[in-house]
Write a protein that binds this ligand. Structure first.
Ligand SMILES: O=c1[nH]c(=O)c2[nH]c(=O)[nH]c2[nH]1
Length: 282
């Protein structure tokens, strides 16, 4: 039985680039973590030690810095597409490029011109892919930590011989959300506005929906993103359930009507769902 080289790709992971636009006294900053991956005719690098087709990962890093200067960073999506298109169009052996961008968002302190504070822990994400099939962009957010102190219940679930969980009509609902949404087209110019609208829709629905389960909240959140932007095709949501367990204070002669909780970090429920269009409108 022979041995052959299977799938392979390579790139530079996590180039941290910070760009200041300082044309006026009111600075604008963009803080990115950029990872590039290239697919193409790289067999000889593996099987013959021939680097003729290999664009060094060091060069890929340099390209990120050079493009951050010129033309600059319009948005994570625009920047990712620019880099991916460059690698495919201008570097002959490259057939496909994937650029993953994370953005750490800085907000102005008291509307200051050059004083900022990190908005976190949430991170804006995007993956721009360019290849034979054209360009695809997936935008998203990770580590969006949200909590409701009421307006959440979990009852009526299947009970078997191992069930000990008591149904509840009032509990804390908390999660650290990862959401990724796939755009119908890479050909759009409103990336920042589209991101802000999707993020707002997720937060608004998480808050406003009276939750019967995290599953139902996620469905409503995903639906809202699709309803608000007809150029988004589907939304993937990953939500660990950060359990807040009411502490029994009876041994101390105290009541605990939903006031004191133990926050557990594991094990945790992990709810994952894709919300997509059904091709029949709506
Ligand atoms: O929103 C929830 N969904 C579940 O599937 C589940 N399972 C569980 O034990 N608690 C919860 N909460």
């Amino acid at each position: 039985m022979g041995i052959r080289l299977g799938a392979n790709h390579y790139g530079k992971a996590e180039t941290r680039v910070f760009r200041i636009v300082r044309d006026t006294a009111r600075h604008v900053v963009r803080d990115l973590n950029v990872s590039t991956s290239l697919w193409g005719d790289f067999a000889d690098a593996h099987v013959a030690g021939d680097q003729a087709h290999v664009l060094p990962t060091d060069t890929q890093k340099n390209t990120v810095f050079a493009f951050a200067k010129q033309p600059g960073i319009g948005s994570p999506e625009e920047f990712g597409l620019l880099l991916a298109r460059h690698f495919v169009d201008d570097v002959a052996p490259v057939a496909r490029a994937e650029v993953r961008v994370e953005e750490f968002t800085w907000e102005r302190i008291d509307d200051h011109d050059h004083g900022f504070r990190r908005r976190g822990p949430e991170v804006r994400t995007c993956t721009a892919t360019v290849g034979d099939g054209g360009a695809e962009v997936v935008s998203g957010v990770r580590d969006l930590v949200v909590l409701k102190s009421t307006g959440s219940e979990f009852a009526g679930f299947l009970v078997d011989g191992f069930t000990t969980l008591a149904p509840t009509r009032d509990r804390v609902l908390a999660t650290s959300l990862t959401a990724r949404w796939t755009h119908e087209t890479a050909d759009r110019a409103d990336w920042d506005a589209s991101y802000a609208a999707a993020r707002d829709a997720l937060l608004e629905r998480f808050t406003a929906v009276h939750s019967l389960a995290l599953q139902q909240s996620l469905w409503e959140m995903g639906r809202a993103v699709l309803s608000g932007d007809d150029r988004i095709a589907s939304v993937d949501l990953v939500a660990p359930n950060i359990h807040h367990i009411g502490v029994d204070l009876a041994p101390f002669g105290l009541e605990n009507p939903g006031e004191v909780f133990h926050v557990t970090d594991r094990p945790y429920g992990l709810i994952e769902v894709t919300v997509e269009r059904d091709g029949e409108g709506g």
